[in-house]
Design a protein around this ligand. Sequence first.
Ligand SMILES: [Zn+2]
Length: 378
Amino acid sequence: MRFCTKCVMPDTKPDLHFDENGVCDACRSQESKNFHIDWDERKKEFLEVVKKHKKNKHYDCIIGVSGGKDSTFQVVSVLEMGLNPLCVCFEPTIPTEVGRQNLANINSLGVDLIHIKRNPKVYKSMIKEAMKRVGDCEWPNHLGIFTTPAHIAVNFNIPLIIWGENSELEYGGPASSKDNAYLDRKWLEEFGGLLGNRATDMIGVDGISEKDLALYFYPEEEDIHRVGVTGLFLGYYIKWDLRKILEVSKAHGFSTSSSRVETTYENFENLDCYSNHVHDYLKYVKYGFGRASDNACLDVRLGYISRDEAVRLVNKYDGIPPMRAIEEFLKYSDFSRAEFDNICDSFTNKKIFTRDSDGKFIRDIDGSLVRKEEYIVR
Ligand SMILES: [Zn+2]
């Protein structure tokens, strides 16, 4: 395993590329954002978009919101530009108390908010199936947060959907090289984190029918064209600096957690859902990096911490099983602890983590997997 020489991202991250100096795509893309992009020019471009959509009769745009710092920032920014957004929240898998508060806070900023209470039976069946099939407990959520704003756009006749960051631009990947500002069906299928599992692949699971999945299919191409739905990433027009975004969101009522989030060293990431932390843990066992690595890499790229500090934080916080979140997830899913552990083990990377003579993964006293010497972050 190689680690980026600027941040600490490993080359096990799917689709991440390194140049001849061992620097990852995401670091290169951040360099251009730090030094080469004319953000005033980009803001002007965005104001042109705003001008065009202000002519809409009722709502000017749609914003998909979770209640996190990013969605709070999106709503604040859009309101400041004088747009009237319709916010859409696709219910998180296992909402937390602070997540509910933050969602209510977004509503109280002065926007209409549609909270989609998806069919819990269909949803839970998909969670359990996706967990076993692709090792991801958030698969239907990743799908729903992208498809539902598009459905609302089509049905309310609102052409513009405003997304936050382009995860490919922030975290690196094939779309980061293309200066891609748009999110559409193609982006979703390629980069939306669906792991090759499509909505149609869920038909038949626990008797799920095509009709049960109405929300999870992207709207028909002809409807998208009729309304002219375009999805833009705000991160293309405004420099996405997580700590500045956090400050703006806090100034507008966003609450952080009183202690650090279980999967990382921060107290402001992924606060809205317990299942998200399980998702991050699964990512860790598959690829050897978790939420602490994601955070540390962003902090390095934005100049908040040094690479040495990032190495220390990652070695200290990545990979500890998030016990509270796992407990909540077991209660929600009805998986037994043994079933859960077996699923995790079946997706755990044998190249990165050590096993005993019986082939069982070795764990520390806190439940963390033990990395092989050559895979320790340095
Ligand atoms: Zn890097």
